[in-house]
Design a protein. Structure first.
Length: 114
């Protein structure tokens, strides 16, 4: 059951990446294999690296009313694009728009999948 849940989340995240690829110019995924690898890398980064960085940046996040947390998300999305071959983000603005779109699409798809 646990493995099915992880595979289901992976598929939902991959579909969300494909939707954002379609919607946001400058957010490029080259093929379904790159999409799956990007979904796994983003999942691993969000599970292990993001909480540590957000705890370290908590004072700045409080002072800036959450803008720091948003910038961390954008930076980690750009990091995952740098790691995964076939996954490119053209600019910081594209990454920021993609981060917002990915969050919204992911939330919608996860609610839909329940």
């Amino acid at each position: 059951m646990f493995m099915i849940n992880i595979i289901g989340k992976l598929i939902v995240n991959a579909v969300a990446l494909l939707i954002v690829d379609y919607l946001v110019p400058g957010f490029k995924l080259e093929g379904f294999q790159a999409t799956l690898v990007a979904a796994v890398v983003i999942g691993v980064i969000n599970t292990f690296i993001r909480p540590i960085i957000q705890i370290l940046a908590l004072p700045f996040s409080i002072v800036t009313l959450g803008i720091t947390a948003f910038l961390i998300n954008v930076g980690l999305l750009m990091l995952s694009a740098a790691i995964v071959p076939g996954f490119d983000i053209d600019s910081f603005l594209t990454a920021a728009i993609s981060s917002i779109a990915l969050t919204l699409v992911n939330a919608f798809l996860h609610k839909l999948a329940k």
